[in-house]
Design a protein around this ligand. Structure first.
Ligand SMILES: Cc1ncc(COP(=O)(O)O)c(C=O)c1O
Length: 379
């Protein structure tokens, strides 16, 4: 009753909030173990692109040390981490904003650079948070389906550039792209940035460590309308802590600081981020595990008739195309769950991806074998 009364009096800021849509995360290992009666150690969790080696040991030690500072407010701009990022990437601390994961900065960028009712452009399929936050903030997501070509599932820079109209306020580029893991070279990224002179261009480099390149943070020093985003959730293994950052020209950062929930980064996040940036061993070990396992699983997909690995991933995941017209992604997804393998169902997790696709993480080679063996078992 109370809910009904409140609804009559309390107005949503815009209609999308009266029927909200939420992100569909990869399933938890514990849930699948319980539901299917499988030992937790036998679950191959390949749906959340997490780090198989766990968290950076240097970050873990720094979190333990920071426990003594839990009663103190952190500096609201996460100053120690800003300085460390600036030193690491050769920019000024004032060019850095830190967030509770990249996810928070994505929402801040939409809020600060697109007015209510304005348009936010993204390829389809893309990381769903882009359109979910655009809608939740009362902005209009424009999904450029024509910008992702089939069967390669890669971003077509010419088609994407053509989709950037004069009324687009924010343009998302993901490199490596998600969900395909495909890569854009620097000339193509520059071309897209230059095609959107009146928009904020958000270059999401969440998975850049797996690309075997240093990425394009340096472009943030060249283009005043670009922000480059990075996360500690992947190669540093800190997904559970929530640390990310953006690098951009100072006026962009100043606006983001103004819309940021003031103390968005706690003592533990700041300490872990600073320490993780020194943990080159952990990153190198992770990247080499992923590169080796990616190569391994690519070879093993040759054994399957009903499934194709979409080639070209430079990330820690790849798309699987279902070639058999008599089945679909939800059926295969459920069949894999019964066999203790968690992936993502294209029909459920992405707009613009359909029931012909699954997204699977790259993880230890044994877990990749579990995936291929389970798919073969369904043949
Ligand atoms: C393309 C992309 N960007 C950003 C993120 C989120 O990163 P964070 O954990 O830093 O919020 C993800 C997470 O899955 C992602 O796939």
């Amino acid at each position: 009753m109370l809910y009904g009364l409140a609804r009559e009096r309390v107005r949503f800021a815009h209609p999308a909030l009266s029927r909200p849509e939420y992100y569909v995360p990869g399933l938890a290992g514990e849930y699948v173990a319980r539901r299917y009666g499988i030992a937790p150690g036998d679950i191959a969790k390949l749906g959340s692109a997490e780090n198989p080696h766990g968290a950076s040991p240097l970050a873990k030690a720094a979190v333990a040390d920071a426990m003594d500072r839990l009663h103190l407010y952190p500096v609201w701009t996460a100053e120690p981490l800003r300085h460390k990022i600036a030193d690491t990437y050769g920019c000024q601390p004032e060019q850095v904003v830190c967030g509770a994961g990249e996810t928070e900065i994505i929402s801040l960028a939409i809020r600060a650079f697109c007015e209510p009712g304005g348009k936010v452009l993204m390829p389809a399929p893309c990381f769903p948070i882009y359109h979910l936050f655009a809608e939740a903030e009362g902005r209009v997501p424009v999904l450029a389906h024509e910008a992702v070509n089939r069967p390669a599932m890669a971003l077509d820079p010419a088609a994407y550039a053509a989709a950037i109209g004069p009324d687009i306020r924010v343009v998302f580029i993901t490199n490596p792209h998600s969900p395909s893991g495909t890569w854009l070279d620097e000339a193509d990224v520059r071309r897209l940035i230059e095609a959107a002179p009146e928009a904020l261009v958000v270059l999401d480099e969440a998975y850049v460590h797996y690309s075997d390149t240093p990425g394009y943070i340096h472009l943030a020093g060249e283009y005043e309308h670009l922000i480059v985003l990075r996360t500690f959730s992947k190669a540093y293994g800190l997904a559970g802590l929530r640390v990310g950052f953006g690098v951009a020209a100072r006026p962009i950062i100043d606006a983001l600081l103004a819309v940021k929930p003031t103390w968005n980064m706690g003592q533990l996040q700041i300490a872990a981020g600073v320490a993780a940036l020194d943990d080159n061993d952990h990153v190198a070990r992770t990247v080499s595990t992923i590169a080796e396992a990616r190569q391994h699983v690519q070879g093993r997909f040759g054994e399957l008739d009903r499934f194709r690995m979409v080639p070209g991933s430079r990330s820690n995941f790849f798309l699987v195309e279902i070639l058999d017209p008599d089945t679909d992604s939800t059926e295969v997804f459920n069949g894999l769950l019964e066999r203790g393998v968690i992936v993502k169902d294209g029909a459920v997790s992405w707009r613009g991806l359909d029931d012909r696709f699954l997204r699977c993480d790259v993880n230890f080679t044994e877990r990749m074998d579990r995936l291929v063996d389970a798919l073969a078992d369904m043949d």
